[in-house]
Design a protein around this ligand. Structure first.
Ligand code: ATP
Length: 243
């Protein structure tokens, strides 16, 4: 079987910090796969390697068969990346920002309008899309950025903490957006989160990582069954020996 993402023995060393310590995982096409773990576990580092933003110290990874190191420019054509702390141009309106970003990806004449319409629906911002981004709340900005990451129907969307900094209601909205969009368009998603309840709702399979290493992998249901745990937080605590 060929995978959407194959990561094999990823190691990343920053000075004397081993951010990733031999991380391997595979993601099937059309799947929402979550990398979860506590602060500093190596989630962002793993996502940035798959997004071709940093090089691994050793190990390898492919996206739809293309190497993230040797074929980085090809990989970039297949992916979108939402960083944890992303901003949008604050003096543009939401709709201007989406059009500006869409022009980089959408080369087919007449297609941009359709993509922007989709993005408007994804964001759920309605008339507020015509207001300047600087007037948006944090939650509205995040919705705009999630729309930007999904609107072009990338083969792989890489979302670092998609609901970072959002309150419960905005988080619920963003999760629903991601889930519905992926089911409808067959986009593959790699996301990170330290919110284990969020991950249970969204992900078909998850990798639990700690100190750069995989400590458990599987569907949330199976992980809970195997660890006799009520939720993924409890699974995590058990596998790392907190309880
Ligand atoms: P969080 O949930 O807090 O965002 P994370 O799981 O995404 O954490 P990473 O950001 O991948 O963790 O960091 C893993 C480790 O690598 C941490 O110890 C971090 O300090 C270190 N690290 C990450 N990037 C760098 C860098 N550019 N230079 C030095 N150390 C780094």
């Amino acid at each position: 079987m060929s995978f959407a993402v194959e990561a094999d023995g990823l190691v990343k060393v920053f000075g004397n910090i081993r951010a990733l310590d031999g991380l391997s995982f595979n993601i099937k096409s059309g799947e929402i796969f979550g990398i979860i773990g506590p602060n500093g576990a190596g989630k962002t580092t793993a996502l940035r390697i798959i997004a071709t933003l940093i090089l691994p110290t050793s190990g390898s990874a492919t996206v739809f068969g293309r190497s993230v190191t040797a074929d980085a420019s090809e990989v970039r054509r297949l992916i979108t990346y939402l960083p944890e702390e992303a901003g949008a141009y604050k003096n543009l309106s939401g709709i201007e920002y989406l059009k500006f970003m869409g022009k980089f990806n959408v080369k087919i004449k007449g297609k941009l309008e359709e993509v922007i319409e989709d993005a408007g629906d994804i964001s759920g911002l309605g008339e507020r899309l015509h207001d300047k981004v600087k007037t948006y709340s944090k939650g509205m900005k995040r919705r705009l950025l999630v729309a930007r990451a999904l609107m072009t129907k990338p083969k792989l969307a890489i979302l670092d903490e998609p609901t970072s900094g959002l309150d419960v209601l905005h988080s619920v909205h963003v999760r629903k957006i991601i889930k519905n969009y992926v089911e409808k368009h067959g986009v593959t998603v790699l996301l990170s989160s330290h919110n284990m309840l969020e991950v249970e709702f969204l992900c078909g399979r998850v990798a639990l990582i700690n100190r750069g290493k995989m400590v458990a992998e599987g569907s949330p249901e199976n992980l809970k069954l195997e660890s006799k745990a009520a939720n993924l937080e409890e699974v995590f605590a058990k596998v790392v020996g907190f309880v």
